[in-house]
Design a protein around this ligand. Structure first.
Ligand code: LMR
Length: 382
């Protein structure tokens, strides 16, 4: 029956973790996957999560959630994305459902897009999270790309991006990263924001939602994927939210019912535990305050590691410019390392990262930063 099935290629991100785990070297460093680590390189469970868990211990039943998930969690997630006093929430214009973290929210939206805008395409930035391509491919939505990264400056290619947006057919769908990208406009395109790192760019979730708030103020209809994997450290709980802003309440009711209908044969209804944690933390003023402090702490540690990595590269005598390490924001550094240089980092120094040169700054610590800088210098020397 299955003789014709070839093994799947390794996932470009999660495959790196597999290779890292299989390496017995005591010096190994994992700067592949985007998962926060403390300064000892250990995974972190936030205090606010531990306290929320203590509150639900014993009181939790294991009943199914509705197909659209926990209404309480969804309400809190919407306030976090759109603002506490958002008129769109009050006017009930947002169709929102709990989703299986960011991947699940994007996939649900992609399936919805295919079903109700079957001729449409999705414009995806270059580069983007590798899984975005898989998600829209499996939903059978044709993909186009738009310029985002400028290799020479290792920054944003704003004019090329604006040209791509202007040249796209009217009513195109654009995938944007909420905490870093900020374009589109006059052509009636539909912006879809993937907000996987709210709080990780600036340390302040309110500030990181700015792009979405501006688009809302400007009168765009839009979609949002939210994940609580990174900013609450709830990676394996798979908790997130998909929201679609509609013209009116009637439309929002219809859209939500369709999202639920799409979810039903895929996974029936989303898991309960993570959604309880998120709703408790966001609705309790003390826990929310603690969470904001903890998010800032994580973001600050990453910023500190950016400075340390740049300084160490200078210290080991690298003549190249590494300013982009501190100029870029968020969990990752798009280093500019080539796939061949990355391969040498892995084979010679046991340093694991994706072959596009992305360094997860969350995996850098005061203990490994010098080793990492030295290895980067070694592989970039001409
Ligand atoms: C990443 O980009 O490393 C994370 O979002 C983890 C993942 O699922 O790819």
């Amino acid at each position: 029956w299955w003789g014709h099935v070839d093994p799947a290629p390794k996932d470009p991100i999660l495959g790196v973790t597999e290779a890292f785990l299989a390496d017995p070297s005591p010096n190994k460093v994992n700067v592949g996957v985007g998962a926060y680590r403390d300064d000892d390189g250990k995974p972190v469970v936030l205090d606010c999560v531990r306290q929320a868990e203590a509150r639900i211990a014993g009181n939790l039943n294991m009943e199914y959630l509705p197909m659209g998930g926990s209404n309480h969690m969804v309400e809190e997630a919407l306030k976090l994305a759109c603002g506490e006093n958002s008129e769109f929430i009050k006017d009930k214009r947002i169709a929102a459902v709990q989703a299986l973290s960011g991947t699940g929210a994007c996939r649900l939206f992609a399936d919805f897009q295919k079903r109700y805008q079957p001729e449409s395409e999705i414009y995806i930035p270059v580069p983007t999270w590798a899984n975005h391509h898989n998600i829209w491919r499996d939903a059978h939505v044709p993909q186009k790309t738009y310029h985002y990264y400028h290799p020479e400056s290792r920054g944003l290619d704003f004019s090329a991006m604006m040209d791509d947006i202007k040249n796209a057919p009217k009513g195109s769908f654009f995938l944007l990263h909420a905490c870093a990208h900020n374009p589109t406009g006059e052509k009636g395109h539909f912006p879809f924001f993937d907000m996987a790192y709210q709080g990780f760019a600036s340390g302040d979730p309110e500030r990181d939602a700015k792009a979405i708030r501006i688009f809302l103020q400007d009168g765009h209809l839009l979609g949002i994927s939210q994940s609580f994997a990174k900013n609450m450290g709830l990676y394996g709980q798979r908790v997130g939210c998909l929201s679609v802003l509609c013209d009116n309440e009637k439309q929002a009711v219809a859209v939500k019912s369709r999202l639920q209908q799409i979810a039903r044969p895929m996974y029936s209804n989303p898991p309960v535990h993570g959604s309880l944690l998120v709703s408790i933390i966001l609705s309790d003023p003390d826990l929310k305050k603690l969470w904001l402090k903890e998010v800032k702490g994580m973001a600050d540690r990453i910023i500190g590691m950016r400075i340390a990595l740049q300084k160490n590269l200078e210290k080991v005598g690298s003549p190249l410019s590494w300013e982009h390490i501190t100029k870029q924001i968020g969990m990752f550094c798009y280093s500019g390392l080539t796939p061949e240089q990355v391969d040498r980092l892995t084979s010679k120094f046991h340093i694991y990262m994706t072959r596009n040169g992305r360094i997860s700054m969350a995996g850098v610590t005061t203990k490994n930063v010098e080793y990492l800088a030295n290895a980067i210098h070694e592989v970039t020397k001409s």
